[in-house]
Write a new protein. Structure first.
Length: 252
């Protein structure tokens, strides 16, 4: 394996736990973008996989071209005005950044998952797109989303029940103890629900940044409560959790 390949080879062991036996899962990976896509089995074709690969290439290509013109967009930890001609993906990320007070790249995984999922939705009945823990879902049946929270006692023992009537929906997770993404906090997991997956992703990052200890969980919850457009939040650190909004927690 080359050093370039190793750079993007992130362990996604949690994907071995995917349920949804009515779905056919396949993987699309390009640089940091690593999608696990589940669609109803009756809708899957090899041509759908090829189409998804091309769509990810198109989305990333447009965003990377924009970042070459506006490199601060990639590195900033605060919202930034867009340059004229910014692609739709950058626009979605920028809107989420301004609503949550974080940098636009905090929304990139959710934004890509959502854009791919919406476009696939024209071809399938059910779709789930997971991009490094950030999910876009449009499902005709209720589903459970398991929570992976590192070494917390709640990890893999609880899930969020998502009703079909809530879809389409974004369910995005940020962690300071799991995975390669940048976090200024030490939360084991902060999961945010919103109809906009880019917004859910940015808000999860912002909330997780506030958690250094179990005593900070309510700070994260309070932060989410004051952002319009968010449906709910679950914050986990060590032996404690806190939640607000449209969150149904079940044991698994």
């Amino acid at each position: 394996m080359s050093s370039e390949q190793e750079r993007y080879n992130v362990d996604r062991h949690y994907r071995a736990l995917h349920g949804g036996h009515d779905l056919h899962y396949f993987r699309v990976q390009l640089k940091e973008t690593d999608l696990a896509i589940g669609v109803d089995k009756s809708s899957y074709t090899d041509s759908l996989l090829v189409w998804c690969e091309r769509e990810v290439l198109r989305l990333r290509g447009a965003l990377e071209s924009y970042i070459r013109l506006h490199p601060e967009f990639r590195s900033s930890f605060v919202p930034l005005p867009l340059l004229p001609g910014a692609p739709p993906l950058a626009l979605a990320m920028s809107r989420a950044a301004y609503k949550t007070g974080v940098g636009p790249m905090a929304a990139v995984a959710g934004a890509i998952a959502q854009e791919v999922g919406r476009r696939i939705g024209n071809r399938v009945q059910d779709v789930i797109v997971e991009n490094g823990g950030d999910i876009y879902m449009n499902s005709s049946v209720d589903r459970l989303i398991a929570v992976y929270a590192g070494s917390s006692r709640f990890s893999r023992k609880i899930a969020l029940r998502v009703a079909a009537v809530e879809c389409p929906l974004g369910i995005c997770t940020s962690s300071g103890t799991v995975g390669p993404s940048v976090s200024l906090g030490k939360a084991d997991a902060v999961v945010v629900k919103a109809s906009d997956a880019a917004l859910a992703d940015a808000a999860a990052t912002g909330a997780a940044n506030l958690v250094q200890s179990e005593q900070d969980l309510m700070r994260a919850v309070d932060y989410v409560q004051h952002i319009p457009g968010l449906n709910g939040v679950l914050a986990v650190k060590g032996e404690k959790l806190a939640a607000w909004g449209s969150i149904e927690i079940v044991a698994v």
